[in-house]
Design a protein around this ligand. Sequence first.
Ligand code: HEM
Length: 149
Amino acid sequence: MKSWLIDAYPWIKSAHIVSVVAWMAGLLYLPRLFVYHAMAPVGSDRSETFKIMERRLLRGIMNPAMLVTLGFGLVLAATPDVVDWHRGWIWTKLVLVAGLVAYHGWLARWRRAFAVDRNRRSPYFFRVINELPTLALIAIVVLVVVKPF
Ligand code: HEM
């Protein structure tokens, strides 16, 4: 009945990986922009340019890429014989994915603060939190490829 899902599996996985790359690019780049934005004087040309870059990155790339990643991920999870739900890797992965979605939400909140010149956070703060998605990505890739447990 669901055999079309099995036939489409390599294509859906390809689309999942492409959208993961686009989403991760944004999750890594947006906090980098915040580091430099936090150093730019309020009202300067530089600050106004960062506002445009941040809005376009979040709305034009990150929001759609996140939705497509989650959508294709759920389709993969619904494909017969792809996930053994008794194993731990998929649940651990889902917890980490929830963490990335929450992180995305925080970035969106901080972007809105920058947009109205209300950022209160330091460049150092954004530099530190910039490492979080890297750690999540490494863990997720090992979980889905090695499936250690
Ligand atoms: C709702 C969220 C998600 C679900 C339900 C999901 C589910 C899945 C499933 C079922 C597979 C196939 C595993 C296999 O063939 O053995 C897969 C593959 C993969 N997922 Fe996700 N995923 C989600 C989000 C993510 C995110 C956020 C990332 C990275 C940050 C990610 C990275 C990958 C990678 C790299 C693969 C390819 C693994 C391989 O080559 O077998 N996924 N995903």
